[in-house]
Structures are given as structure tokens and as C-alpha cells.
Design a protein around this ligand. Structure first.
Ligand code: EPZ
Length: 454
């Protein structure tokens, strides 16, 4: 029987629950139903967007995850009143927004990457902003040069300081012509959140177009923004004088849905992911089927299970509509059980395959090529910083003692331990709460056998 600590208790930024440890008895398939709520990578941005409105906003399907708590806390130190109207429904009232003091903001340093997106809204509201050093998963350098270049294009004065970034816009912000060197999700959000209230028109080229970006555009349009999405990754934004609050239900979390699908493959399970939708997961579903997975699309979700022996695949991560980089880590766990050689080209981040070392410790046969692998039938342009993993299977996984490195890597360790024979120890599981709501409760509902200790 699993001894659960309260999984829904909010995890204060960097709270001590990062130290929690799972003891997992593996070798059992995960079977049952999980409910996936709103996307971590939209809900947090929509919360920031509420700062731009002159009236209160309502955000629905907000997941109970620590990334949301960090953004809520940062909004509150800026005087935004955030109240939970009911489970998963937040009311965000920016009418009392004020400058926050350095200490309060700095308390959030290192907790997430979202604070960088406060720049535009705070500059419009207060003509100044201070952004603490960012956190987020250690899957690469995670530079913010695209963000700072964009803000300067809008007329902001940007000073990088040892403790964070100080910005000012004494004369307000004006429209800009911006071409991103890479379709960066965060930089695209930075431009959207700044351009909507800038004086004049902004043209953004080489923009990210992930479903979460389109959902953020929907949120801003509800607020009164004028944003046109053109062909070939071009987005035009006509700045407006003022915006009002929105009422929005977040898009579902594609990353969590894909993670549970890979868990079904890895443990030979059968998982119904309520809330998952086919349209936003087309590319994932193609790979899932090629690996030997079987899925049924229902009105209210998707059922994922193995369709027989798992088969090897070659996957290149890419920006949308390609195979998302966030999906590759749980997929690699499943590929350790496929019969043959699989290759995963990680083209988005320069260090997102380090997590495989612990899988090798558990018996997997994975070789990481730090400089990537050149091969003829590439569909995604090779990037200088890309890496590749070659996975040979099937290899039986055995128990190990591992430490969670990052959000998706940590999730991957848990499903690897669930697929492995024996009793594994997975440490620092608090990081997983950044992006997976009620994670331990869901594992219990799926029949996982584990204990939690502080
Ligand atoms: C968002 O990160 C997501 N996080 C990531 O999900 C996701 O992996 C990523 O988009 C790609 O889809 C959130 O939305 C909070 P990027 P972001 O800017 O915006 C380089 C998860 O597991 N780059 O699209 O930080 C960067 O180094 C997380 O939920 C610059 O060089 O990603 C990377 O190589 C992990 N300079 C590439 O672009 C910049 O100024 C893509 O980064 C910005 C980015």
C-alpha cells in the first residue's frame, strides 16, 4: 500500500519537498485513468498576461503545480490579487498592481523561467521591472538573448545585473520589427506580451507556433489585442491603448499526456488520459504508433497501450509541428524495450540527454553522441548544438538508486523504475511537481506500488 504525503499541498518555490524520495517496487503495468488539466506551458503565461488587463481575469483548468505557485506568488508581490474561486479556477485582479521590492522578487530567483515574461507587462504598467535570475530545467544554457534583444527593439532600457535584470521604459514602448534567430517559444511569448500594448505595429518573423502559443494569442485576443497569424511563422500585432481581463480555459497539457502514454508503453500498461486531444498530439501519435503503441481517440480523452512488441524508431526533436523535445525523455524509456536500434536526435537543447546515464545504470543500452549523428535521411536541419542518443533493446531494466535531474528526466526515472524488476529509489522527486499535477495520486490510481519518504 502506498504511503502518500499530501500531494496537492502547494510546493513553495524551492520548498523542502524537493528532498522527498520514492521507493518503487517495479515490474507492474500501469493500468487505469488519469485526468490531465491545463498546460503548464500555457497557464503560467496566461497568468502573466492578466497583468496587461485593466479588469480581472479568470483562468480555468489551472493545474496544481509548483510552476503555477511561483507565478502566483510573483504576481502577488506585485500587488495582483489572486483568488481560487474553485478547484483549478483562478481569479487574477491586477487593479492593485504596484512595484515590488527587490527582496520579495529576489525570493523567487532560480525558481522558474517564467519571470522573464513579466518584463513587457510590468514595463507597460509601471515603466520599470526587475527580473530575478531565472530557474528552470538544467537541459542547456537556456540563454535569454532573444528576449533582451526583443525588449530593446521595443525601446526598453535593459541592464543585466549580478542578481537579475533591471528594465525601464520612461517613454513607454513602441512597435518593432523582430526576426527571431530560432522559433523560440519563450521569446515569441515575450514579443506577444510586450507588443499588444506597445504604440504602433509589431512584425514578428520566425515565430514559434506551438499550440500553447496559439492559446496565448487566443487569451490576448479575448483581452482586446489585435494579433494576426500569417503564413510562414509571421505574426503581426497592432498595439492597442488598453486591454481588459479574460475568461479562458487553458489548453490541455500535451507534455503530461505524452508522458503517461510513454508510461503505458514502458510498463506494458493501459492508460486512459482524460482531457488529451488528438489534434495537438498528431505528431506524437504517429511516433507512438510506429513504436508499436495502440491508441483509441475518445470524445473525452485518449486510451494508450502497447499493441504488441515495441519497434525501434528514429526521431528528431523539433519545434512544432515536429516531435516536441519535451516528449523525448519519457519516449527513450520505452525505446529501451524496443527490439532493435533506435536513434533520438535532440535538436532543440544542447544537454537534454544526460538523464540517460541513470537509465544505463538500470540496465539500458544507450550511447549519447554529444556532437550528434549526421545521417542522410534527416528531415530537421542539423543544429550546431544538437546531440543524439542511440538506444539498443530490448534490455531488461533492474532497480537502481537515482536522483531526479530535471522535470521530464525525473518523470522518466519514475516510469523506468516502474518498468524495472526490483525496488528502486528515486530521490528529489519534488522537481516533478513543477509540471505534473497530483503526480503521486495518479501513480497510485494506476496501480503503482511505492512509498514516499521525506
Ligand atoms: C519552453 O521553454 C518550454 N518551457 C519548454 O518546456 C520547451 O521544451 C521549450 O519551450 C521548447 O518547446 C516553458 O514554456 C516554461 P525556447 P523555452 O525559448 O521558452 C534557445 C518543459 O519540460 N534560446 O523555445 O525556454 C534555447 O537555448 C520545458 O515543460 C536562445 O538561444 O524554450 C533552446 O536551445 C522544458 N536564446 C531553444 O532556443 C533565447 O533567448 C529553444 O528554447 C531563448 C531561447
Amino acid at each position: 500500500m502506498n504511503t502518500l504525503l499530501s500531494d496537492s499541498a502547494p510546493t513553495p518555490a524551492g520548498g523542502n519537498s524537493l528532498g522527498q524520495t520514492l521507493t518503487i517496487r517495479g515490474g507492474r503495468p500501469l493500468v487505469g485513468r488519469v485526468d490531465v488539466k491545463g498546460a503548464k506551458n500555457l497557464a503560467t503565461k496566461a497568468m502573466v498576461a492578466s497583468l496587461l488587463g485593466e479588469t480581472a481575469s479568470i483562468l480555468r483548468d489551472v493545474p496544481e503545480i509548483s510552476d503555477v505557485h511561483v507565478v502566483r506568488s510573483l504576481l502577488e508581490v506585485h500587488g495582483v490579487e489572486v483568488t481560487e474561486l474553485e478547484d483549478g479556477v483562478l481569479k487574477l485582479d491586477p487593479s492593485g498592481a504596484v512595484s515590488a521590492n527587490f527582496e520579495e522578487i529576489d525570493a523567487h530567483a532560480g525558481a522558474s523561467r517564467i519571470p522573464i515574461l513579466f518584463c513587457g507587462p510590468l514595463l507597460h504598467l509601471l515603466h520599470q521591472a526587475f527580473i530575478p535570475d531565472l530557474g528552470g530545467c538544467r537541459i542547456g544554457d537556456r540563454p535569454i538573448d532573444f528576449h533582451l534583444d526583443a525588449l530593446r527593439s521595443f525601446g526598453a532600457i535593459v541592464e543585466k545585473q549580478p542578481s537579475g535584470i533591471r528594465l525601464s521604459a520612461p517613454n513607454g514602448l513602441h512597435g518593432a520589427n523582430i526576426e527571431l534567430p530560432y522559433p523560440s517559444v519563450g521569446a515569441t511569448e515575450q514579443v506577444l506580451l510586450t507588443a499588444v500594448r506597445a504604440k504602433g505595429t509589431t512584425e514578428l518573423r520566425n515565430a514559434a507556433i506551438e499550440p500553447e502559443i496559439m492559446d496565448l494569442i487566443a487569451v490576448l485576443q479575448k483581452m482586446g489585442a489585435i494579433i494576426s497569424y500569417e503564413p510562414n511563422r509571421v505574426i503581426f500585432i497592432e498595439g492597442v491603448e488598453s486591454l481588459r481581463g479574460y475568461d479562458h480555459r487553458s489548453i490541455f497539457d500535451r507534455n503530461e499526456a505524452a508522458s503517461w502514454a510513454c508510461a503505458a508503453l514502458a510498463t506494458d500498461g493501459d492508460i486512459f488520459v482524460a482531457g488529451a486531444k488528438q489534434q495537438e498530439m498528431l505528431t506524437f501519435l504517429n511516433v507512438f504508433r510506429k513504436v508499436g503503441g495502440d491508441f483509441d481517440i475518445a470524445e473525452d480523452g485518449i486510451r494508450f497501450r502497447r499493441g504488441g512488441a515495441l519497434k525501434p524508431v528514429t526521431v528528431e526533436t523539433d519545434v512544432h509541428p515536429g516531435f516536441m523535445t519535451d516528449w523525448q525523455q519519457p519516449l527513450i524509456v520505452a525505446l529501451t524495450q524496443a527490439e532493435g536500434e533506435s536513434i533520438v536526435h535532440e535538436t532543440v537543447y544542447e544537454n537534454r540527454l544526460g538523464f540517460t546515464r541513470a537509465l544505463v545504470q538500470m540496465g539500458a543500452d544507450i550511447v549519447v553522441h554529444p556532437e550528434g549523428i549526421a545521417n542522410s535521411d534527416r528531415r530537421v536541419p542539423r543544429r550546431a548544438l544538437e546531440q543524439a542518443a542511440v538506444i539498443n533493446g530490448p534490455t531488461p531494466l533492474h532497480a537502481a538508486d537515482v536522483v531526479v535531474p530535471d522535470l521530464r528526466g525525473g518523470y522518466s526515472y519514475v516510469i523506468a523504475a516502474l518498468a524495472a524488476e526490483g525496488e528502486s529509489t528515486v530521490r528529489n522527486i519534488g522537481i516533478i511537481r513543477r509540471g505534473y499535477e497530483k503526480f503521486l495520486e495518479k501513480l497510485t490510481a494506476l496501480g503503482a506500488d511505492f512509498d514516499v519518504t521525506d
